[in-house]
Design a protein around this ligand. Structure first.
Ligand SMILES: Cc1ncc(C[n+]2csc(CCOP(=O)(O)OP(=O)(O)O)c2C)c(N)n1
Length: 565
């Protein structure tokens, strides 16, 4: 058959199982859009390319499948970069297809020309500048193979306009690209791991996004139960353990509970699975698990020893490794260690004061009012941390958050992607009044597609997490963290064509329930106290056990906090 490059690319995307593409057309990708218009692909016209990238992430994060987005050359491509970088840091498989100026104009400062290939090198797992239509036959399956294999991540394909227009004869279409089989874990390492676990008195599992990517949550739960090993998780690992499991201590790190910090401090064997010892999780590395030998399993060999040299390690798929390990390990009760963990849980778990207005209480209420299969998409700031602390995340891939890059503006478009990929499940977006504004234009996309997205804006009139740092670490000098204007977000939502409600403190329970009832789209502008801080908080450069757990007592500086845990 004879096809042009654009039709070929669209055909290859469909063969990859892609059903939805988000993007914005422009001069350099119009042939692609022309071909898309004649295909079965559903296109979602976002209002900013960054949102297209986050939408693709919402699909990928909630399903585990690769997702695609389009942008034109120049500003379209640069707008997309934040979402690509975000996918890189959180290991999310997306394939971004950008239009480029015709091959003959590359390097001439042509209209809307930027070096997309060059700019995307550091933020992609791999990228391609396609030189001929025939190359697409290899490049597209290869892009998906790379996005999905090993440690997943974003791949960019830059396609000059003349390549999109070029006609070629295609005899046979290639097989879709799929993930490579991961390397088998080394049996000797697993046997050594079982021995180290048997010899340990206070082993601790430290689990993160790699466990989610490999689908190993059942294996982690089984290992924890069989060997009496308590578990802490990273922000990316929420959902691996059920919140009520007696051996689960919760999220560790900058805003994790002191129970996790003390458990990490006490452990003699840290079993790190699918984690990268990120500084937000570890605090000052010198004070992280100071008494422990370390076992580190991660599919990305480059992560092993990057921050903390392990005593035993393997670059392998966590699920495969644990499946085999669980047959090798000796069952153990570890009653002393478990008793210590229970004491930590009782004494140092996150606690909320009863005061009604604490946003943690609001998060708990919103969770109670939401269907149990809801997907939650959160933004970046204090509300993100309150959500991580207080939303009971029961399953992986139901708590979507920009972990590594911390990109404000993530929640609304990622929530759109989750809603498109999971049409039977409601999506709750938790955002702040700062983060909402970064991609507020997407309310138009939500309304246009009638997506079941329920946006809760935790409105404190501030860039709250910035305000908090200025209060605690910059002598209460509040620079550029307070919003002087107070837009009427409910009216703005209605202006975009969705329901909008404003809820003021103290909340009326019935009103909150009624506002969330029914299908989305809806936006709830919910007042939260302006100066409420997120605790615990590990001050910059400190160890996790040095977390501040309440506002510093007047007259004392910095970390000398008064514990209310
Ligand atoms: C794109 C981007 N710009 C700046 C920041 C720095 N930053 C982190 S949290 C935050 C405040 C977020 O404010 P808001 O969304 O209102 O949430 P709150 O902390 O008040 O809950 C800022 C500015 C960021 N993470 N991302």
């Amino acid at each position: 058959m004879q096809l042009n490059g654009a039709s070929l690319l669209i055909e290859l995307l469909q063969r990859q199982g892609i059903e939805i593409v988000a993007g914005i057309p422009g001069g350099a990708n119009l042939p692609l859009y022309d071909a898309l218009g004649r295909s079965r692909l559903r296109h979602v016209l976002v209002r900013h390319e960054q949102a297209g990238g986050f939408l693709a992430q919402g699909i990928a994060r909630s399903t585990g499948n690769a997702a695609a987005c389009f942008a034109t050359s120049g500003p379209g491509a640069t707008n997309l970069l934040t979402a690509i970088a975000d996918a890189k840091l959180d290991s999310i498989p997306i394939v971004a297809v950008t239009g480029q100026v015709p091959t003959g104009l590359i390097g001439t400062d042509a209209f809307q020309e930027v070096d997309t290939y060059g700019m995307s090198i550091p933020v992609t797992k791999h990228n391609f500048l396609v030189r001929s239509a025939a190359e697409l036959l290899e490049v597209v399956p290869e892009a998906f193979r790379l996005a999905l294999s090993g440690r997943p991540g974003p791949v960019l394909i830059d396609v000059p306009k003349d390549v999109q227009n070029a006609r070629i004869d295609v005899e046979r279409l290639p097989e879709p690209g799929t993930a490579d089989a991961p390397p088998e874990p080394d049996g000797a390492v697993l046997a050594a791991m079982a021995r180290m676990i048997a010899a340990a008195e206070r082993p601790l599992l430290y689990v993160g996004g790699g466990v989610v990517a490999s689908g190993a949550e059942e294996e982690v739960r089984a290992l924890s139960a069989a060997c009496g090993i308590p578990v802490v998780c990273t922000l990316m690992g929420l959902g691996i353990m059920p919140p009520e499991d007696a051996g689960f201590l919760g999220m560790l790190g900058m805003h994790g509970s002191l129970a996790t910090a003390h458990a990490v401090d006490r452990t003699d064997l840290l079993i790190a699975l699918g984690v990268r010892f990120d500084d937000r999780a570890t605090g000052a590395i010198a004070g992280f698990a100071p008494r422990a030998r370390v076992i580190h399993l991660d599919i990305d060999e480059a992560e092993i020893g990057k921050i903390r040299r392990p005593d035993l390690s393997a670059g392998c798929d966590v699920k495969r490794a644990l499946k085999r390990l669980n047959r090798l390990v000796a069952r153990a009760e570890r009653s002393e260690w478990r008793a210590e963990i229970q004491a930590l849980r009782a004494g140092h778990s996150l606690a909320l004061r009863e005061e009604e207005s604490h946003p943690g209480n609001l998060v708990r209420r919103l969770a109670a009012l939401s269907p149990s299969d809801a997907v939650v998409s959160v933004d970046v700031g204090q509300h993100q941390m309150w959500a991580a602390q207080w939303w009971p995340v029961r399953r992986t891939r139901t708590f979507l958050t920009s972990g590594g890059l911390g990109s404000m503006g993530f929640s609304v478009p990622a929530g759109m992607g989750a809603a498109l990929a999971n049409p039977d499940r409601p999506v709750i977006v938790l955002t702040g009044d700062g983060s909402l504004l970064i991609n507020i234009q997407e309310l138009a996309t939500i309304a246009e597609n009638n997506l079941d997205v329920r946006i809760c804006v935790l409105n404190n009139g501030h860039l709250g997490l910035v305000r908090q740092q200025q209060e605690l670490f910059y002598g209460e000098r509040y620079v550029a963290s307070r919003f002087e204007s107070r837009p009427d977000y409910a009216a703005i939502a209605r202006g975009f064509g969705m329901r909008g409600h404003t809820l003021r403190l103290p909340y009326d329970e019935a009103e909150l329930g009624a506002a969330l009832e029914g299908r989305g789209p809806v936006l709830l502008d919910i007042e939260v106290p302006e100066t409420q801080n997120v605790y615990p908080m590990v001050p910059p450069g400190k160890s996790n056990v040095e977390a501040i757990t309440d506002a510093p007592v007047a007259g004392t500086a910095g970390a000398a906090g008064r514990s209310r845990a």
